[in-house]
Design a binder for this molecule. Structure first.
Ligand SMILES: [Zn+2]
Length: 329
């Protein structure tokens, strides 16, 4: 690998839940155990140079070079895990993180549909029953929403990916994207109430950070970026709707004390389109993070569509040898 490339390569790691899984009410939630997070931080300290969001923006604006093996640690969705579990460990290892809270959850005590789905999946004993339940609801709404057959959805969506079985992927995909948005919400809320809780506000307060916690992260040098307002798929919204989502999130960033010149965007579900990029350029967004898997290269990539790695792409053992993603930097 040439020096030219290596000085522009930036490894961006994405985290979601980080918790003491055995001790939580939902031990089956797909999250990273705190002890493994700490092991991974030690691994990262051995091989990478973690920079902060502020440092990265400064490097881009001043056209200076990244440190070798530069890395960003990013934490999506504003979980209270990030305040109680991640933040103390970042401090312990003198590292900086970038946090992307979806504004509506924090300010209006909502729970993201994607989170409802995670907790539904962590609550069920048997995914067959849930699929049967979803199919019954599809039967009920088929005519009103002009739906396809149940078999059609299963064969289209039920394909396993890097982390999940075909059945789990079917449940996630049909509830996250495939059905019309209005119907998705009806079915998700119904299942969430049945399997998890009907007290959304309390659940939200426990699941996400509050404004004071996010402000204190910001005051302590952690970077807070935009994860839009209500965590919708931006690429499925028209221009006006996208502007509302983005503007509302910028109001939130101002509220917690970040400035909204040269800010960082993280697309909910990794979804964006040309309209999104045009809006972001007009709004002085400097960097956009996707869920494409890879190592970013600041010279070659569009800065508004940078790829990331998942925490599961890196070792969770402090003594591990560098893996293939290190060799690509
Ligand atoms: Zn998200």
């Amino acid at each position: 690998m040439s020096n030219f490339n290596s000085m522009n390569s930036l490894t961006i790691v994405m985290y979601h839940y980080v918790r003491d899984l055995k001790k939580t009410t939902f031990p089956k939630i797909k999250g990273l155990d705190i002890s493994l997070f700490e092991e991974q931080l030690k691994y990262i300290k051995r091989f990478y140079n973690v920079i902060s969001g502020f440092e990265l923006i400064e490097i881009i604006n001043s056209k200076s070079k990244l440190p070798p093996k530069a890395m960003l640690l990013t934490f999506d969705d504003g979980y209270s895990d990030h305040f109680f579990n991640v933040y103390p460990l970042l401090k312990k290892y003198n590292l900086s993180g970038i946090f992307f809270p979806p504004a509506e959850c924090i300010t209006a005590n909502k729970v993201l549909d994607v989170n409802k789905i995670h907790f539904i999946l962590a609550s069920i004993k048997n995914e067959e029953n849930l699929i049967q339940y979803i199919n019954n609801r599809l039967d009920e709404y088929r005519d009103a929403y002009n739906l396809e057959s149940n078999e059609f959805y299963m064969s289209k969506l039920g394909k396993k990916n890097r982390w999940d079985s075909a059945k789990i992927i079917f449940i996630k995909r049909i509830l996250q994207l495939e059905l019309p948005e209005k119907l998705r919400k009806i079915i998700i809320d119904d299942i969430f109430e049945q399997y998890v809780t009907n007290d959304i506000a309390s659940f939200s307060k426990e699941l996400y950070m509050n404004v004071d916690q996010i402000s204190s992260l910001h005051s302590d040098g952690m970077y807070i970026g935009s994860h839009a307002y209500s965590h919708r798929w931006l690429n499925h919204l028209n221009e006006e709707e996208q502007k509302i989502e983005i503007n509302s999130s910028l109001d939130f960033l101002k509220k917690i004390g970040n400035n909204t010149k040269d800010w960082i965007m993280c697309y909910p579900y990794g979804g964006y389109n040309d309209t999104t990029l045009k809006i972001l350029e007009n709004y002085n967004c400097r960097l956009g993070l996707t869920t494409k898997v890879g190592i970013a290269n600041l010279k070659q990539d569009n800065l508004l569509t940078l790829p990331r790695l998942d925490t599961n792409d890196l070792p969770k053992n402090s003594n591990a040898n560098p893996n293939k993603w290190f060799l690509k930097t």
